[in-house]
Design a protein around this ligand. Structure first.
Ligand SMILES: *Cc1c(COP(=O)(O)O)cnc(C)c1O
Ligand code: SF4
Length: 384
């Protein structure tokens, strides 16, 4: 196990909410300023205790895990945590826990998708022919305990500088087969507007790049990042698609809805990826209400990711059969556009794990099964 490198060590600022965090919220000026949220991220035990009464396992997690995976929580996201319930689905995503150290996967197993092997240029993952994932920053608003990119998030030494960004952009310009660039990280919206516009406008100037996508958790973790200025930058570079990352309906607050509304009004099609997480969203009712609420925000559920084999995340993983069973329970009980595709990400791309009702062929008939269990035999001669 390699200890992490702390590269962005900033001392806590003085305008932290000083008493009980929750009570401080209403009277805190700056609350709705995304930079204030970043500057005032919770990063010490004392600060965290102003928001929640920590369980023994969380205290142990804070002590034992922090040298392997950093933690930070925006005051906004902390305000969604249940102060008295350690099982709170918001809290479990971000507060370190002793279970993270109890994993049969080597905690160094941090790149199961072999992303680094698929990177022709630093932080540019070219796995599919026509599209790439471009890790433009390593910073995030919050560090999620189950993160797929634990190997790099929060580590400024792995971030690209301007020259390296330019090298990646040159590679994209030289590869006419690439039509779609997904900006990811870390979280691309951690960049300030100037840097973000620098990147997006350079991509837009490459004639063969049709689609620019941004994968971001800011609408969930710090929704105030979605400013008028950001919407201007995006709308001047369309088509830009955004995929965000809500895991539970408790995250869909008025502030989050407002952020999404600004994006959709700026002409951005917004999708959502969810990670299937044991004890957080691994039951049909929880998923159903999450996907339904997303649709009410005009967000299209896109992927449900099976939780990857990442060190320190065993307590979050379900079996693939359980995931398929949940998808089967949703089929027919939500509009088709409210149901994402359940996928396993692999070094060979994303592989759908969705049951489809197909029950086999019998001569000129195929049998299919409805969501309520009825079998329908469809005349479908094999020699058509
Ligand atoms: C997920 C992913 C993409 C985008 O894939 P879509 O299925 O088109 O959303 C592109 N590149 C990499 C490396 C990815 O992991
Ligand atoms: S915001 Fe995304 S990249 Fe950042 S820690 Fe969370 S899951 Fe990982």
């Amino acid at each position: 196990m390699k200890p992490i490198r702390e590269t962005n060590h900033t001392s806590p600022s003085s305008d932290q909410p000083s008493r009980n965090g929750r009570a401080a919220k209403a009277e805190t000026s700056g609350w709705t300023d995304w930079k204030w949220q970043m500057k005032n991220r919770i990063r010490s035990l004392d600060e965290l205790q102003k928001w929640v009464s920590l369980s023994r396992e969380e205290l142990e997690g804070l002590e034992r895990t922090t040298s392997y995976f950093r933690w930070r929580i925006t005051p906004y996201y902390a305000s969604l945590m249940d102060p008295d319930n350690p099982q709170c689905p918001v809290r479990r995503q971000v507060v370190p826990h002793a279970d993270e150290m109890d994993d049969d996967v080597d905690i160094d197993a941090l790149d199961p998708l072999e992303e680094q092997a698929h990177s022709p240029v630093k932080n540019l993952i070219h796995n599919y022919k026509d599209r790439v994932a471009f890790c433009v920053t390593t910073e995030c608003a919050v560090y999620c305990r189950y993160c797929l990119r634990k190997r790099m998030v929060g580590d400024g030494t792995q971030a690209l500088n301007r020259e390296e960004l330019q090298l990646a952009i040159d590679y994209l310009a030289d590869h006419g087969e690439i039509r779609d660039v997904l900006l990811t990280g870390g979280d691309p919206l951690s960049l300030n507007d100037e840097n973000l516009e620098w990147i997006i406008s350079r991509l837009r100037a490459i004639p063969h790049i049709d689609i620019i996508r941004i994968g971001t958790r800011y609408p969930v973790l710090n929704p105030f990042r979605i400013t008028d200025e950001l919407c201007r930058i995006i709308s001047e570079n369309h088509p830009v698609w955004i995929n965000t990352h809500f895991n539970h309906a408790a995250e869909i607050t008025g502030d989050a809805r407002h952020a999404i509304d600004k994006l959709t009004r700026a002409g951005v099609p917004v999708g959502n990826q969810t990670v299937l997480l044991k004890g957080i969203n691994d039951d049909a009712e929880t998923l159903k209400s999450l996907f339904h609420e997303l649709v009410t925000c005009r967000v299209r559920p896109y992927y449900l990711y099976h939780a990857q084999l990442i060190g320190g995340t065993r307590h979050f993983r379900t079996t693939i059969e359980r995931g398929m069973e949940l998808m089967e329970q949703l089929r027919g009980r939500l509009s088709g556009f409210a149901i994402p595709l359940y996928v396993l990400d692999t070094p060979h791309g994303k592989i759908p794990l969705t049951p489809n009702g197909f029950r086999g062929r019998d001569g000129s008939y195929v049998s299919v099964q409805s969501y309520e269990g009825e079998i329908w035999r469809e005349y479908n001669p094999a020699d058509l």
